[in-house]
Design a binder for this molecule. Structure first.
Ligand SMILES: Nc1ncnc2c1ncn2[C@@H]1O[C@H](COP(=O)(O)OP(=O)(O)OP(=O)(O)O)[C@@H](O)[C@H]1O
Ligand SMILES: [Mg+2]
Length: 269
């Protein structure tokens, strides 16, 4: 069954009295229950815009988006979100940011229980010892990890992540990818994840399917199934001929788009 369905969606941003920006044009795709779907595409192609339609912070100018078969009509506690720019309250500690969010979703749980869950998820993100720090006292990558811990701790069926590892160094990124997959795999009921990234290897390693977008205005260029068995081992995967083939296919889809934008100069990905 489809968790999310995007039907003929167009999104225009009004720019005051200047002409509108069409960020997305006639987008169609769906996300199955329990699927890990990545969306990849050049900067400005509308990835965050799609995510914001899923959060309910934006509404489509045309078309519709169904969540569990019903049109999305605003934000909801049924979706865990990691925004591209950190979404923490600066006046709350890391732990408090999470336990406060949890208290909205689980009003019957005790403060002690919520604090324990917050500490567990911070620990899982490698932030033991930083629980009482305020966002301004944490690095960008650490703040992003708190935001990820918060989204996962909410234990929603749908998790929306917009470049969650964008500000994390490459070593930590690998560790966090593994942690995310473990958490996604371990629940009794698999969560549905929509994951936005610029990183082709990250998209292949994590996903069941990848949507490659083209820019100006954003459209779905290709849907690519990633059929490697799970659990995946990144080292053997990268030596696999099929992996190289898939990677090249995505690079060339990216390159077509970038080359047409910057006049065919060489682009290194
Ligand atoms: N609030 C806004 N008002 C007007 N135009 C906007 C607004 N937000 C985004 N846009 C425009 O919509 C298009 C898509 O933006 P979006 O942020 O969705 O891209 P993106 O794929 O997430 O890019 P990046 O990879 O750089 O994060 C861009 O042309 C952008 O300028
Ligand atoms: Mg974005």
């Amino acid at each position: 069954m489809s968790k999310l369905v995007v039907k003929n969606v167009t999104l225009n941003y009004a720019n005051g009295n200047k002409s509108n920006t069409t960020a997305l044009e006639n987008i169609n795709f769906s996300v199955s229950e329990g699927e890990f779907l990545s969306i990849i595409g050049p900067s400005g192609c509308g990835k965050s815009s799609i995510l914001n339609l899923f959060t309910g912070l934006l509404s489509a100018s045309e078309g519709e988006i169904l969540l569990n078969g019903k049109a999305i009509s605003g934000t909801g506690l049924d979706r865990g979100v990691v925004f591209q720019h950190y979404s923490l309250f600066p006046w709350m500690s890391a732990k408090k940011n999470i336990s406060f969010a949890l208290s909205q979703s689980f009003p019957s749980k005790s403060k002690k229980e919520l604090t324990r869950i917050a500490e567990d998820y911070l620990g899982a993100m490698g932030l033991k010892g930083f629980e009482d720090k305020f966002p301004a006292e944490l690095s960008g990558g650490m703040q992003q990890r708190v935001a990820i811990a918060k989204a996962l701790a909410m234990d929603t069926e749908l998790i929306l992540m917009d470049e969650p590892f964008g500000a994390v160094d490459s070593k930590t990124r690998v560790v966090l990818q593994d942690k995310l997959l473990n958490m996604w795999d371990s629940g009794e009921q698999k969560k549905t994840v929509v994951f936005i990234t610029h990183d082709i290897d990250e998209a292949i390693f994590l996903s069941d399917r990848i949507i490659v977008m083209s820019s100006g205005p954003g459209r779905v260029k290709r849907e690519i199934a990633v059929n490697f068995a799970r659990p995946r081992d990144r080292f053997s995967l990268t030596k696999n001929a099929e992996y190289a083939h898939l990677r090249n296919e995505i690079v060339s889809l990216f390159y077509d788009d970038l080359a047409s934008k910057i006049g065919g100069e060489e682009v290194v990905l």
